[in-house]
Write a protein that binds this ligand. Structure first.
Ligand code: CUA
Length: 333
């Protein structure tokens, strides 16, 4: 009898555990009532199921270790004991995992709905991924590459891709979503932590995948208004060279190409424009606008002697951005 009691106790414990995951960090939004922060839900979900998995692991492995010892062969040629089935145990180890799986499914489904239901007043950013970066546009029409500033509150990302499948992942907010060429996808997160949050491309998209990093900066509503004003003035007055310099940094070019002539993974851009460089195929080429543009869009084309062709190709870059980059590189002498 006491065996049945233990089985019932374990079942009740497992059923009651998920009750700890409730939408207690919800807040009011417009007329829609409660809106749950999906990040909180996913975090609790993860913690709960890490605990449940650990319990299951212990329930299975501790007795197993004990049985290995207890029922080991003690004498040469000894036969193992013949043990009949046990109906109570059969029912228990069918029913308990079933309950666990159903709970996991129901809870995931509820969390998934929170994750798909975008609050109506969310701040919407348009994202276009490319090899290798993210072009972004704010609701005010401000364009940025890889660095975006958002006001505190719910943020929706409407996304697509210019070339292959990428994935916009913000671990701090426990969200990620594929960007797919020819299709619009979306996700939202509650930008409730002021500060800089790292963004990773989380889908292998080519040799430049691991450099495909970005940042979401969350600021207060007041600071956001200031940022918008500053950006508007900047876009009106900024020269292509200044834009190119910004892209050079935000697109990650500066990681491999120095601006002071020092050696890096790739050639320094100092004095690069107009220089004669030897090609792998034997002859030399003079670096001009067309050559730079070609190398940025297709780094494998016409490999340069002394540099392994490891640079990712930015084939998806827009013409404006490409011209700005070339204009900047030209000025670094
Ligand atoms: Cu884009 Cu990986």
């Amino acid at each position: 009898m006491h065996r049945l009691f233990i089985v019932a106790l374990v079942a009740v414990l497992l059923v009651s555990l998920p009750l700890g995951v409730s939408a207690d960090e919800a807040y009011q939004l417009g007329k829609t009532g409660r809106v749950v922060d999906p990040a909180v839900g996913w975090q609790k979900h993860f913690e709960l199921w890490a605990i449940v998995s650990t319990i299951i692991f212990l329930v299975v492995f501790l007795p197993m270790l004990y049985f290995i010892f207890k029922y080991r062969r003690k004498k040469e040629g000894e036969d193992g004991a013949y043990i009949e089935g046990h109906l109570g145990l059969e029912i228990a180890w069918t029913a308990i995992p079933l309950i666990i799986i159903v709970l996991l499914g129901v809870q995931s489904w509820a969390l998934f709905n929170d994750y798909r239901d975008v609050p109506p007043n969310a701040h919407e950013i348009k994202v276009e991924a490319f090899q290798y970066g993210f072009d972004m546009v704010t609701p005010e029409g401000i364009k940025t590459i890889n660095k975006i500033t958002v006001p505190k509150g719910p943020v929706k990302l409407s996304m697509t891709s210019r070339d292959v499948v990428h994935n916009f992942a913000i671990p701090d907010f426990r969200v990620r979503e594929d960007t797919v060429p020819g299709r619009m996808t979306y996700m939202w997160f509650d930008a409730n932590k002021i500060g800089v949050h790292k963004v990773y491309c989380a889908e292998l998209c080519g040799p430049g995948h691991s450099d495909m990093l970005a940042e979401v900066t969350v600021v207060s509503k007041e600071d956001y208004a200031k940022w918008v004003e500053a950006k508007k003035i900047e876009t009106q007055t900024k020269s292509p060279v200044a834009k190119g310099e910004e892209h050079f940094k935000s697109m990650g070019c500066a990681n491999c190409h120095s601006t002071d002539g020092s050696e890096g993974v790739g050639p320094s851009i100092k004095g690069l424009w107009g220089a004669k460089v030897p090609l792998e195929r034997g002859d030399t080429v003079t670096v001009d606008d067309a050559f730079l543009a070609k190398k940025i869009k297709d780094a494998k084309a016409e490999p340069v002697k002394g540099f392994p062709p490891v640079m990712p190709s930015y084939s998806g870059i827009s013409n404006d951005d490409l011209e700005a980059l070339v204009a900047y590189i030209k000025t670094v002498k």
